[in-house]
Design a protein around this ligand. Structure first.
Ligand SMILES: [Zn+2]
Length: 177
């Protein structure tokens, strides 16, 4: 049976739920938080459409968010924004972790701002491993190995080295390995 049901204790409603198969759902509840005969089960209405709307109607009818066990539905937009915010914070932390590995290091040209330093020539691999996994993963350990095989240079010098490699030009004196 599809529809909305109510669970009460001592004639006081404690929970309203919806289900496409109410009796099976009740068996789950009975084994869990609401054992019978302490808790009583009732069909409030049979319906097969707008289940969530009808459920919300009965939840507010019995004031079960305030006085019962029903929880406020999270606003989907709010949870989206929250998730994005968490992701942004996580990514910033991971970037910080990467920058912190440049502490005390400098490019041969003198640049030592961690935010513009990079690992030549493996920076992309190292950065994407850190951004995807944070710390403590096989990929990140591998990235650590690549970092040991790299030279720390600034973004400008990285580009010059990269260019020189493909044009087979002589690289600037101060960047010679
Ligand atoms: Zn430089």
């Amino acid at each position: 049976m599809e529809g909305i049901y109510k669970i009460s204790k001592d004639n006081k409603p404690v929970y309203v739920g919806q289900s496409r198969n109410m009796f099976r759902r009740w068996m789950d509840h009975e084994r869990g938080k609401y054992p019978s005969p302490e808790y009583k089960y009732e069909v409030l209405e049979e319906c097969s459409e707008n289940l969530s709307k009808r459920e919300q109607y009965w939840i507010s009818e019995y004031n079960l968010i305030e006085e019962g066990d029903n929880k406020k539905e999270p606003d989907p937009m709010y949870s989206y924004v929250l998730r994005q915010k968490k992701l942004r914070i996580r990514n910033l932390k991971r970037l910080d972790r990467l920058y912190s590995t440049f502490k005390g290091k400098a490019c041969p040209c003198g640049q030592n701002e961690p935010e513009v330093l990079q690992y030549y020539p493996h920076h992309q691999q190292i950065k994407s491993a850190v951004m995807r996994h944070g710390k403590d993963s096989k990929e990140v350990k591998l990235a650590g190995g690549l970092a040991a095989l790299s030279r720390v240079v600034c973004a400008n010098c990285f580009a010059r080295l990269w260019d020189a490699k493909f044009r087979k030009e002589d690289i600037p004196f101060y960047l010679k390995p």
